[in-house]
Ligand binder design. Structure first.
Ligand code: KIV
Ligand code: ZN
Length: 524
């Protein structure tokens, strides 16, 4: 057994709400961001990067509210190397119990060329902005963006400048997912060794997954002395995403024999947080994704099942319970009552209030009328469906669809639109196309469909389908999800739910207002 001490403790810096949310289409609403921040705090994340306050009013508001509410974690905001960014970031954060300003600038030759700064000019900018941040906030993190493609001498020099100016955490981003494990380890070891003041700061690793090496690169950096891992739930993030929190945390736990480091994460909360992030971001988790994929603990083949029954360690290196999956899945049925549902939800890590329980119970009973056995995944799908009858302006009243081989599909839809009951018929290329057209007849809109995805929740022909729909209109993106044993009904509900969310955002922010105002070109 390994005896761990403080120097073996690895800080988990979660950037789901900043780098994750930056991923095109993963935009979350204000309330969703607050919910995810609370879950991250509750699972033991050390630092929550809550957003990029200068990017939009929406980002500022979310960072500010998370700063006010977070009980345990350090709350961090991102700022470019500009005084205005840093001031705005501090304005959003200063009410936090433990605030941190994270400021960055692209230091590689390609990134230096964007603001057209010489090495000297950039060095001065780093000194001035880190000093300014440090005058406002005691806890300052600095990042040389694209560090893994920055010349060694220059990287060493700018890290020294940031440390002298008062940064206490230096983060080394592999912004484009270019490095490899050995190189990642070598770079961190050399920085700790050669940078003046390098042994007085925390070194962080921030990896992207373009070559599928983000987890390996982060763990290699820890082996070489990094003590903060920057990561996101489900690996959410731009392009191929970031290091996945659940992967590094479980790797450190399961292989503590060769990686003797500890984190403060309560791993039994992982599954629930993963599902919530997937739902609110509209990014489904790949079936065979490590740790949180639907198949990660499924043993289908005969030889595996036989081995598992004799001894679960034959094919399992961790227990499903370790990540919050209940080992036994006793199905509920139509005679199960509210108490049974509540206890199942608690077992699944879903802590919901009485009002939401009432709503989920109604939907559970409807489902039980159509489906003999209701499994854990069915319950999770019910919980994940988006929509709130008290604020939704569009509500489906009834839907009938005729489809088959004899001609185009026809959908007959009745919908409540702002309190008026309207009906429309439309034909289309298949039942879903006809249904979406009927919705548009009753609520004309110019939203384009960015994603339409169907998954079967459990096995059998009476399985529920979960449908995710992502829409974009005037730069505003909204997702809707629904689950039903009828795929066409689930599709209609998910589509209408996404439209309701678009309407809500427009009412709150006006057209295009929560779209990002800072584009990649303006990063420096
Ligand atoms: O990938 C990156 O370089 C970043 C920085 C802003 C830290 O996300
Ligand atoms: Zn990043």
């Amino acid at each position: 057994m390994n005896v761990l001490n403080e120097k073996d403790r690895v800080l988990i810096f979660d950037t789901t709400l900043r780098d994750g949310e930056q991923s095109p289409g993963a935009t979350m609403t204000h309330d969703e961001k607050l919910e995810i921040a609370e879950l991250l705090d509750g699972m033991g994340v050390d630092i929550i990067e809550a957003g990029f306050p200068i990017a939009s009013e929406g980002d500022f508001g979310a960072v500010n509210e998370i700063a006010k509410r977070t009980k345990n974690a350090v709350v961090c905001g991102l700022a470019r190397a500009q005084m205005g960014d840093i001031d705005r970031c501090w304005e959003a954060l200063k009410c936090a119990r433990q605030p941190r300003i994270h400021t960055f600038i692209g230091t590689s030759p390609l990134h230096r060329a964007i603001p057209n700064l010489t090495q000297e000019e950039m060095a001065d900018r780093i000194h001035d902005t880190v000093s300014h941040a440090r005058n406002l906030c005691e806890n300052v993190q600095w990042s040389p963006m694209d560090a893994t493609r920055t010349e060694w001498e220059y990287l060493k020099r700018v890290c020294e400048i940031a440390i002298r100016a008062g940064a206490s955490t230096i983060n080394i981003p592999d912004t484009v997912g270019y490095t490899a494990p050995e190189e990642s380890a070598h770079l961190i070891a050399r920085l700790i060794e050669d940078v003046e003041g390098g042994s007085d700061v925390v070194w962080a690793t921030h990896c992207h997954n373009d070559l599928g090496m983000a987890t390996a690169n982060a763990l290699a950096a820890v082996g070489a002395g990094a003590r903060q891992i920057e990561c996101t739930i489900n690996g959410l993030g731009e392009r191929a995403g970031n290091t996945a929190l659940e992967e590094v945390v479980m790797a450190l736990k399961v292989r503590s024999d060769i990686m003797p480091f500890s984190t403060a994460i309560d791993t039994t909360k992982i599954m629930h947080v993963s599902r919530r992030v997937s739902t609110v971001s509209g990014f489904p988790v790949q079936m065979n994704k490590a740790i949180v994929g639907k198949n990660a603990f499924a043993h289908e083949s005969g030889i595996h099942q036989d081995g598992m029954l004799k001894n679960s360690e034959t094919f399992e290196i961790m227990q499903p319970e370790d990540v919050g999956l209940s080992g036994t899945s006793l199905p509920l049925g139509k005679h199960s009552g509210r108490a049974a549902l509540r206890s199942k939800l608690a077992e699944l890590g879903c802590d919901i209030g009485d009002n939401q329980l009432k709503d989920v119970f109604v939907r559970f009973k409807e489902l039980a009328d159509r489906k003999k056995e209701i499994f854990d995944d069915d319950i999770i799908a019910l919980i994940s469906a988006t929509g709130d009858a008290s604020v939704d302006r569009l509500q489906i009243v009834s839907l009938r669809v005729i489809c088959g081989t004899g001609g185009p599909a026809e959908a007959m839809l009745e919908m409540d639109v702002d309190g008026a009951e309207l009906s429309a018929t439309a034909t289309g290329d298949g039942p879903v196309d006809a249904t979406f057209k009927a919705v548009r007849r009753l609520h004309s809109n110019s939203a384009t469909l960015q994603l339409y995805q169907v998954n079967a929740v459990t096995e059998g022909t009476d399985a529920q389908a979960t449908v995710s729909v992502r829409l974009e209109e005037d730069g505003v993106i909204a997702t809707g999800q629904s689950a039903n044993t009828d795929t066409v009904v689930a599709s209609a509900q998910a589509y209408v739910s996404a439209l309701n969310r678009l309407l809500l955002r427009r009412e709150k922010f006006g057209p295009g207002m929560d779209a990002r105002e800072i584009t990649y070109k303006e990063w420096n």
